[in-house]
Design a protein around this ligand. Structure first.
Ligand code: SAM
Length: 279
């Protein structure tokens, strides 16, 4: 076990800086201050980082850390920090590590005893979820489905029994394809398409998957998040399936208590009933 206090342990620290998903006013004064104080800005795309920082009158040494070089570039960031350089990392939009590079970087920092902290901002899926009108109590963020239809169908199939709200990212040119795959794989559920969040053309399109599949693709420009209702069908699940589901979650690393809680919530089954099956 390791405990890290971000600001009082006096240890080297990497900041992950969230960047605006559209509206530049969401680049916080704290982000500006931290970036101004750093020596090097590592970024997913140095041109985008240059443009963003330029709008705030900030000029910094930039270093490219993207999906294809994340491992080696992370090692370089470790070297910079060990050389007493202050480094921040930013991806193109929203939070690093959320369908963007950043996760390997964090692992590399922790393996080298470097602390990590975040500078808050928005993430497209959080904005979309909270305004969607679908349940935000429990949700499952999936991110991008495979661009290959067959693989995407398999992914959707693995999600069809989830009771909780499902969240997907998608590229604009695949949006109708994905709505259709979701309709075929999940049935005709409630959906919210959140488009161009925080930008002038921000739009929420709420309806059923069937209704949204009939939209003209050329009316769906820009970036989009798809929020789909969880499975609300009454389930007739057998006792064997319940115990197998608990075993599945414990294998994933949950304690038995947590696994029981998840399965109880997922299938709306009394916890004591599940406990009786197991013990
Ligand atoms: N790291 C980002 C985050 O924290 O949200 C996500 C980056 S991912 C590469 C890009 C995807 O996020 C887009 O394809 C879209 O699904 C979603 N996205 C990003 N900005 C958005 C916006 N302004 N409105 C709607 N969706 C957005």
């Amino acid at each position: 076990m390791k405990r890290n206090k971000s600001f009082t342990d006096n240890k080297p620290l990497l900041y992950l800086v969230a960047t605006p998903i559209g509206n530049l006013k969401e680049f916080s004064s704290r982000a500006i201050e931290i970036v101004n104080e750093c020596d090097v800005v590592a970024a997913e795309d140095t041109r985008n980082a240059y443009d963003l920082l330029n709008k705030f009158g900030i000029k910094k040494e930039l270093y490219s850390l993207r999906e294809h070089n994340e491992k080696e570039a992370s090692q370089h960031v470790v070297d910079l920090i060990n050389d007493d350089k202050k480094v921040v990392y930013m991806s193109d939009a929203g939070y690093p590590g959320i369908s963007d590079p950043g996760n390997l970087l964090v692992k590399e920092m922790l393996a080298n005893d470097i602390a990590v902290s975040t500078i808050s901002g928005s993430s497209a899926f959080i904005n979309a979820l909270v305004a969607s009108g679908l349940s935000s109590k429990h949700f499952y963020f999936y991110g991008f489905l495979s661009p290959k239809d067959n693989e995407a169908k398999g992914e959707i199939n693995s999600l069809k029994d989830f009771r909780n709200t499902l969240i997907f990212y998608e590229a604009p040119h695949r949006i109708i394809r994905t709505i259709n795959l979701l309709k075929d794989g999940l049935g005709n559920r409630e959906v919210c398409l959140a488009r161009e969040l925080t930008k002038i053309n921000e739009e929420y399109i709420r309806g059923t998957l069937d209704e949204l599949s009939q939209l003209e693709e050329d009316t769906l420009k820009g970036e989009m998040v798809i929020i789909v209702d969880g499975n609300k069908e009454e389930t007739m699940i057998s006792d064997d399936e319940i115990t197998a589901r608990v075993a599945y979650f414990t294998k994933l690393g949950l304690s038995q208590k947590d696994a029981i809680n998840v399965v109880s919530e997922e299938f709306k089954i009394n916890k004591n009933y599940i406990k009786k099956l197991l013990f």
